[in-house]
Design a protein around this ligand. Structure first.
Ligand SMILES: *[C@@H]1O[C@H](CO)[C@@H](O)[C@H](O)[C@H]1NC(C)=O
Ligand SMILES: *[C@@H]1O[C@H](CO)[C@@H](O)[C@H](O)[C@H]1NC(C)=O
Ligand SMILES: *[C@@H]1O[C@H](CO)[C@@H](O)[C@H](O)[C@H]1NC(C)=O
Ligand SMILES: *[C@@H]1O[C@H](CO)[C@@H](O)[C@H](O)[C@H]1NC(C)=O
Ligand SMILES: *[C@@H]1O[C@H](CO)[C@@H](O)[C@H](O)[C@H]1NC(C)=O
Length: 458
């Protein structure tokens, strides 16, 4: 909290602290609040836990990484929503609160869609981490096999990751980006192959915005008489705090130092950012998450590719895989040890959903549960990554021989419970599923989505 506070106020030395009522970020109940972790899918990457090495007696024999692109500029439609609010605020006759005074000289500085330096740096660091963690698996003949979906920000993310991997190895190993999968065709790293899939979270987000938006709209309208902001503008301005901040981080930024928070951030309270994060949770839950119609089946193609790699056998899939790519050892080898795939948030969410991670009962659109596991600020930040490790163990636990092959999954370093394949809940063997039990648990993918894929074309 201290870090977030200090940065927030320090970043605006032009705004005298004495002019500001620091009610905005004071909340005795949440003294661990960090602003940048309340932006949902627009939060920059942070490790939610520290990585836990496998239990004694276990060796990692294969690693599969699927990685969201790093921090980016807003999309075209997000830019429209953002500019609507900014223009209305700038058209006000005057400001009654000094927090808005910066708007007298503010010129909107953001581009669209592309990766920003922070996104590139966090992807580079991710590549460094992968090398440090898994270097014992790398040999001159066996370097990571890397694929990316074709959108620029995803390709740039993958290249920064490979550059980080190379740098960490003192340039001994430079994994090429071997396959760029076109988003115009069958692409297991994008959710573009299902014509009847309609991103359906709009209704749920609007219901929630109608709950938390009005008091904010009223306050900002009272600070900017004549602006006539509506609730939708508030959502845009909250997004702008996140996008403007991540875009303001320069190359060479020290990851331990405070973020240069946007002057739009102090317009909102901690509770309001928590509401904004919930809006992001609802958005993803009701699109390719568990609440979305035909969301889960979008993760089947990648999951079947994962099963193929884990078992070193050809891909069996009749959903979004490109059979031309996946039947050719040059574009889909089965004899590597580390695989890294680069994608977007919606398809990665679908993969979580296919596998059965983050089981979450229906999210209420009027009342968030504060202890929910479904928090996009942890599970789907920019540069989020899921890592599937295959482990070969030669060990005894409390006198019992548990030598076997296992699978475990980390999302942003958090070991997933994998209750669906019988993993232990606690202790050093927490989250390890017996290999065959894991394969068995993936029946939905192995059966091409139990009839859901056909609904994409019906
Ligand atoms: C994988 O197979 C290819 C083609 O047979 C071969 O050229 C390559 O050396 C193999 N790589 C490893 C790591 O075994
Ligand atoms: C990393 O990403 C940045 C921003 O998109 C890009 O300009 C740069 O070329 C990338 N680095 C590499 C090594 O590709
Ligand atoms: C890279 O070089 C540094 C400095 O010479 C050395 O400490 C480190 O062990 C090297 N790392 C690898 C992976 O070779
Ligand atoms: C499959 O991949 C090949 C090779 O990249 C490409 O030429 C083809 O258009 C793709 N087909 C589909 C349906 O995506
Ligand atoms: C692309 O996907 C469609 C739908 O699943 C499938 O019918 C087609 O064979 C696939 N094409 C390739 C080249 O894999």
């Amino acid at each position: 909290m201290v870090r977030a506070f200090a940065a927030l106020w320090a970043a605006f030395s032009s705004v005298s602290i004495s002019n500001l009522v620091p009610w905005a970020f004071v909340s005795p109940a949440h003294d661990t609040f960090e602003l940048e972790k309340s932006w949902g899918v627009y939060s920059p990457f942070h490790a939610v836990e520290e990585y836990i090495p496998p239990p004694a007696g276990c060796q990692i024999s294969q690693v599969n990484i699927i990685h969201r692109h790093g921090a980016r500029f807003p999309s075209e439609s997000q830019t429209e929503d953002i500019l609507s609010g900014v223009n209305k605020l700038q058209s006000a006759e005057r400001y009654t609160d000094s927090r808005l005074d910066f708007l007298n000289t503010f010129v909107y500085p953001l581009g669209e869609n592309l990766l920003v330096p922070l996104g590139a740096m966090q992807s580079f660091e991710s590549g460094e981490t992968a090398f440090h963690r898994y270097s014992s698996l790398v040999t001159p003949d066996d370097i990571p096999f890397v694929r990316a979906s074709s959108m620029s920000r995803v390709v740039e993310t993958s290249k920064n990751w490979t550059a980080g991997f190379a740098a960490a190895s003192n340039h001994s190993y430079y994994p090429p980006l071997s396959v760029i999968i076109s988003e115009e065709g069958n692409d297991t790293l994008q959710d573009n192959n299902c014509p009847t899939l309609v991103p359906s979270s709009h209704k749920e987000m609007t219901q929630w915005l109608d709950v938390y938006g009005p008091p904010i709209t009223a306050r900002l309208n009272s600070w900017a008489p004549g602006a006539n902001l509506d609730n939708k503008d508030i959502h845009g301005l909250l997004m702008l705090c996140a996008f403007h901040t991540v875009a303001s981080v320069p190359y060479g930024y020290d990851p331990g130092s405070p973020l240069p928070f946007s002057p739009f951030c102090p317009l909102f309270t901690q509770a309001e950012f928590e509401s904004f994060a919930y809006s992001s949770d609802l958005d993803r839950y009701y699109s390719t998450g568990p609440g979305g119609h035909l969301g889960r089946v979008q993760g089947v193609g990648y999951t079947n590719e994962l099963l193929a790699r884990l078992t070193a056998s050809p891909v069996v899939d009749h959903t979004s895989t490109n059979t031309t790519l996946d039947s050719d050892p040059d574009t889909f080898p089965l004899n590597r040890t580390i695989y890294a795939d680069f994608t977007h948030d919606a398809p990665l969410m679908a993969v979580f959903n296919t596998l059965g991670l983050f089981p979450t009962p229906k999210l209420n659109t009027r009342q968030p549960k504060s202890n929910r596991i479904w928090q996009t600020s942890n599970i789907m930040t920019f540069s989020s990554r899921m890592v599937v490790e295959k482990l070969v163990c030669d060990a005894t636990v409390r006198g019992r021989d548990v030598s076997d092959t296992y699978v475990r999954i980390m999302v942003n370093e958090v070991v997933q419970p994998l209750a669906f394949c019988g993993a232990q809940k606690n202790g050093p063997w927490r989250g390890l599923c017996q290999f065959d039990a894991f394969l068995e648990s993936q029946a939905y993918a192995r059966h091409d989505g139990n009839g859901d894929w056909e609904k994409c074309f019906a």
